[in-house]
Design a binder for this molecule. Structure first.
Ligand SMILES: Nc1ncnc2c1ncn2[C@@H]1O[C@H](COP(=O)(O)OP(=O)(O)O)[C@@H](O)[C@H]1O
Ligand SMILES: [Mg+2]
Length: 328
């Protein structure tokens, strides 16, 4: 297969941590052609999607003790060339959020790919539809008590009733802008004003789940099936457990309740073309559905001895084999 990865600038990627690199390595190991590009190198001409792509050769990371260690350099790129994206069997779109205007426009360009010829993971339409914070609201049985609003009075009332809550900007990632709210906090009004941009943007307010101290579990789903998980435990005085803010990663198992949440999600994910997804579960509650550039593969592979990247690429190869009929 020929596979293109739309990513952030390659030099900024962390080969020992980033799932995009794990997927590219797996594709190369399985004998596929790997190409990279960025959202700004996409275009449409004659009603077809094009891209300036570069072939990439990866030098795989190695597990030394508790760390994946990359060789230096860890990749080598060939000359860039302008190609019809439909010459690819699959395209992964994995720049990090925010889902800003440039990101949205990239998804509109990818709409000009024929899904019969090229699988886009995740589906451009699905990416536009699925806000990572709000997608979970479709599953009221799975989530903690949650509201989305820009209204200070509603937020104050929610926090007053529950005593405490977590505030989340709707477009954030990696713990950015996540706040712990307390009813008696003298900064409460100000925190709400800053987060809602003076009442102009809605935010998510969610019941604080005390089990968050034991960790926030990342479960990776492939075509709706859980294929691996890792727990992220907050460290020090930090209440957030994102890896980006120092959360410690530890081995975990997927519980029956979590399998049930995945089963609830699966039909919606299939409907929306969301093939490769990372959900966050705290104390048995679904808190986030990451669809843009979910991570965790390196950590799960290290702790559990799995090869999740390989599993994803093998799944992909099975989809694009002759006889595949229609989009996912
Ligand atoms: N309802 C909640 N109760 C307690 N802690 C939470 C809750 N929601 C999120 N957190 C903490 O905040 C972190 C970030 O939240 P999340 O919704 O996953 O957003 P993102 O990872 O995109 O920043 C989580 O890893 C968790 O530690
Ligand atoms: Mg998260």
């Amino acid at each position: 297969m020929k596979i293109t990865f739309i990513i952030d600038p390659i030099r900024g990627l962390d080969p020992g941590h980033d799932t995009s690199v794990a997927l590219m390595e797996a594709a190369q190991e399985l004998g596929h052609e790997v190409w990279i590009t960025e959202p700004r190198y996409l275009s449409v001409a004659e009603s077809k999607a094009w891209a300036e792509v570069r072939p990439i050769r990866l030098f795989p990371v190695e597990l030394l003790g508790e760390r994946w260690v990359p060789p230096i350099p860890w990749f080598e790129c060939g000359e860039s060339q302008r190609v019809l994206l439909e010459s690819m069997d699959a395209v992964f779109i994995r720049p990090d959020p925010p889902v800003d205007t440039a990101y949205l426009f990239a998804t509109y360009i990818l709409d000009y790919l024929d899904p019969q010829k090229t699988l886009v993971i995740n589906s451009p339409a699905g990416l536009r539809l699925a806000n990572e914070k709000m997608y979970a609201l479709q599953f009221p049985q799975a989530i903690p008590q949650t509201i989305v609003t820009h209204e200070k009075a509603l937020i104050r009332d929610f926090v007053g009733r529950l005593g405490s809550a977590v505030l989340k900007p709707l477009g954030g990632k990696a713990g950015e802008g996540i706040l712990f709210l307390e009813a008696g906090d003298r900064n409460l009004n100000s925190l709400i004003e800053i987060s809602t941009h003076q009442g102009r943007l809605p935010v998510m307010i969610q019941a604080y789940i005390p089990e968050a101290q034991e960790g926030d579990k990342r479960i990776i789903l492939l075509a709706g099936e859980p294929i691996g998980a890792v727990n992220r435990v907050p460290t020090g005085s930090e209440f957030r457990s994102n890896m980006a803010v120092g959360g410690r990663v530890v081995h975990t198992e997927i519980t029956p309740r979590e399998r049930d949440i995945c089963a609830q999600l699966a039909p919606a994910l299939a409907r929306d073309g969301l093939v490769f997804v990372g959900i966050d579960v705290i104390g048995g509650y679904l808190t986030e559905v990451n669809v843009t550039s979910p991570t965790g593969v390196r950590e799960i592979d290290r702790l559990d001895g799995t090869k999740l990247g390989r599993q994803v690429i093998e799944w992909l190869a099975a989809q694009s084999s002759p006889g595949r009929s229609g989009p996912l």
